[in-house]
Ligand binder design. Structure first.
Ligand code: NDP
Length: 297
């Protein structure tokens, strides 16, 4: 049995952790709101609800974190009940947060002198992919450390890709999500303009999805979530705002001109401010609808 700890039972963390709640894994879970860890343990026999990050990490070969930001992960490291007090020599901290490269590098540097490995390992595929155990995991860090923990990641990941040094998984994830944001926003602008010309959004999507302007947004997100007005809450707009900001920062650091990503970061910050902490990422469309005075339905 491999002892694994999972910290952060949010929208995506919960279905990821479920795949580890069975042999050959022995799972401990920790969540800031303790009731969520208790009900997870009650629903998944054999899982232990840990009292603190230290308690979760103690004796674990692999500790997985899945929190909103790298700063949240850093905030769990210190203190008498913190992760550093529990992580044992030879263990690996795998951070599945969509984090920022500099934050991941800082965490790795704090763990290395203790003989604890670190990988940034953000995921894509959404809540549906997590439920199926079919996520893509993009990993930054030592390739040999990845090989050691690969069987753990394979419990929820169908595609596990080594990207490069610590921080490169985060960078790739942020760029992917910046593209998602560009597609959502540009699809909303196009469909709103067409609606005002008298073209029904369903007709527009039928054509676009058979043509070169198609994307995951036009093929899946708009038909299932916007035209239906369902807007299910699976991935918070606040988190996508954070991701596009990270992508803009990566481009800036690398001195790559990125006017489009920077503008998209501003648009998603505005949408996040207007729609609040609990809105779903696709609801950014509502801000454009308001500005345009038309509903994409
Ligand atoms: P949620 O907002 O649903 O959950 C966040 C989790 O982090 C909760 O368990 C919350 O605890 C915990 N948390 C928040 N702040 C802190 C803190 N300061 N200290 C300790 N725990 C904290 O987020 P998701 O599960 O959706 O996302 C997690 C990560 O995965 C993010 O980086 C996100 O960008 C990424 N991601 C999400 C996807 C999705 O489809 N949802 C897809 C791909 C990546 P509490 O219960 O107490 O609030």
């Amino acid at each position: 049995m491999t002892r694994v700890a999972f910290l952060g039972l949010g929208a995506i963390g919960t279905p990821m952790a479920r795949h580890l709640a069975k042999p050959p894994f022995e799972l401990a879970v920790w969540n800031r709101t303790r009731a969520k860890a208790a009900s997870f343990a009650a629903a998944n026999a054999g899982t232990r609800a840990a009292a603190s990050p230290l308690d979760a990490a103690r004796g674990a070969a692999v500790v997985i974190t899945c929190l909103p930001t790298s700063a949240d992960v850093e905030s769990l490291l210190d203190g008498p009940e913190g992760l550093l007090a529990g992580l044992e020599k030879g263990a690996v901290l795998v951070d599945c947060t969509s984090g920022d490269p500099a934050g991941s590098r800082r965490i790795a540097a704090r763990l290395a002198p203790r003989g604890v490995g670190f990988l940034d390992a953000p995921v894509s595929g959404g809540v549906a992919g997590a439920e199926k155990g079919a996520l893509t995991v993009m990993v930054g860090g030592d390739a040999a450390v990845l090989e050691r923990v690969r069987p753990v990641l394979a419990a929820f990941g169908a595609k596990i890709v080594h990207c490069g040094a610590v921080g490169t998984g985060d960078a790739l994830k942020a760029v992917n999500n910046a593209l998602l944001a560009v597609h959502i926003w540009s699809c909303a602008e196009g469909l709103a303009a067409l609606a005002k010309c008298g073209v029904k959004p369903a007709v527009a999507l039928d054509v676009i999805n058979a043509s070169s302007g198609r994307s995951n947004s036009s093929q899946n997100l708009f038909p299932e979530r916007v035209l239906s007005r369902a807007f299910p809450r699976t991935f918070r707009l606040a988190l996508l705002d954070k991701d596009v900001g990270i992508a803009a920062g990566v481009a800036r650091e690398q001195r790559v001109p990125s006017p489009l990503v920077s503008l998209t970061a501003e648009l998603f910050r505005a949408a996040h401010n207007a729609l609040g902490e609990e809105a779903d990422h696709v609801e950014a469309v509502r801000l454009l609808e308001q500005w345009a005075g038309v509903e994409i339905a």
